[in-house]
Write a protein that binds this ligand. Structure first.
Ligand code: PLP
Length: 380
């Protein structure tokens, strides 16, 4: 990458990605799950960027997960062929899925009902494309999936897929409940519940004579706190590359591990109120307030100076569309001399997926220098 503009003359608000930090975060997770004998199927729903996927896999075209067909199309066009679209499928999506697969991609889908298996079967009969399907398992009552005790529903889905000629590629679960864990032991328990639910479902299917090659688990919290991944074939995590204040509040990372920030410019002060006004409002940060229910509420984000050093207790307390209001948590007044109009600050996000989604691109920085611009897919 060629050296581009410096942070002080770039237009704000914009998204910064610290290359050394993302690299460290990727290595940390690869090391942890590698020790447990499992590989990563990175979830690209957070990064939504081909350049980041290339960086993550060091130029190889590794296995990935996506959350939209726009991502599936974009990654497929960039040579990624082993993709799971990990959001339950509806009939209207099948034409786009088929078009991606027709280009030689092994795009796989997930479902959790006989009704879905029926329309997928009909589609397979019509197109002759034996699509690979994973059955979604609900490990913790968080969202969708077949409950672990619901053996009959699981086997009914598998039988219906077989009848139509689809390929049962495996089972997949996501421990969404881990985001509300309160301690290390609760995180470890969530990881084990996730593992066990997926492995038990695979055993049920195999005992009934079905193939179940993929046993896929994952979320950023459970991926880091799993102590044993026996029976699992792959781990999906996406947020782990960037991390955010929510993950720091949960104890998965430190604030210094957060690779993503929004660069903003000071545009005013309200001295009596102790406020600094900046040009990043909720359009740049998102409306995510997910740290509200954690021990430390970070407002709309935690403020750093231009070099990325945290300004202790300075947060974005309020956000309008294009205005952010920064104030100290303890009521201490902000000095307009210390943070003059035109100076730059960086805001660490509550939720990296939501903040990144507000932007079209990443300015990639290395030792505070902008080294390149990486693109994102937004939309569906
Ligand atoms: N797998 C599925 C199905 C998901 O929905 C998600 C996140 O929403 C993940 C994996 C990755 O989880 P995280 O964002 O915690 O890395």
């Amino acid at each position: 990458m060629n050296k581009l503009k410096s942070l002080s003359n770039i237009e704000t608000p914009c998204l910064l990605l610290d290359k050394e930090t993302i690299d460290k975060n990727i290595q940390r997770l690869n090391h942890h799950i590698g020790n447990l004998g499992v590989t990563l199927r990175a979830h690209m729903k957070t990064a939504k960027s081909v350049e980041i996927a290339n960086f993550l896999f060091e130029g190889a075209k590794g296995s990935i997960t996506v959350s939209t067909l726009k991502e599936a199309e974009g990654f497929s066009n960039s040579g990624f062929t082993d993709i799971i679209y990990a959001v339950g499928v509806s009939p209207q999506k099948l034409d786009r899925i088929y078009a991606i697969r027709k280009n030689g991609n092994q795009l796989k889908i997930i479902l959790d009902s006989k009704e879905q298996a029926e329309f997928v079967s009909e589609y397979v009969k019509r197109t002759g494309d034996a699509i690979e399907v994973l059955i979604e398992i609900d490990c913790d009552g968080h969202r969708s999936g077949v409950g672990p005790a619901n053996k009959e529903r699981l086997l009914d889905i598998a039988a219906e897929l077989k009848r139509g000629g689809a390929l049962l590629a495996g089972v997949l679960t996501h421990a969404g409940g881990s985001y509300s864990a309160k301690s290390k032991s609760e995180l470890e328990t969530a990881a084990e519940i996730e593992r066990k639910a997926a492995v038990d479902a695979a055993v049920i299917l195999r005992s009934a004579g079905f193939d179940c090659p993929i046993v896929s688990v994952g979320s950023t919290p459970t991926a880091h706190f799993a102590k044993d991944l026996k029976g699992v074939t792959e781990v999906r995590a996406g947020n782990f590359m960037f991390f955010d204040l929510f993950m720091a509040g949960l104890g998965i990372c430190t604030k210094e591990d957060i690779a993503l920030s929004v660069l903003t410019t000071v545009i005013g002060h309200q001295q009596e109120k102790g406020w600094i006004i900046v040009d990043a409002g909720w359009m740049a940060m998102s409306r995510d307030r997910s740290t509200t229910n954690q021990a430390t509420d970070q407002g709309y984000g935690l403020v750093c100076n231009e070099n990325g050093e945290i300004v202790i207790d300075l947060i974005m307390v309020s956000a309008n569309q294009e205005h952010g209001i920064l104030a100290f948590r303890n009521g201490q007044k902000c000095s307009s001399k210390e943070f003059p109009i035109g100076s730059k600050m960086r805001i660490l996000p509550n939720h990296a997926c939501a903040t990144a989604a507000q932007h079209q691109q990443y300015y990639v920085i290395e030792r505070q220098q902008i080294m390149g611009v990486w693109s994102r897919f937004n939309g569906w």
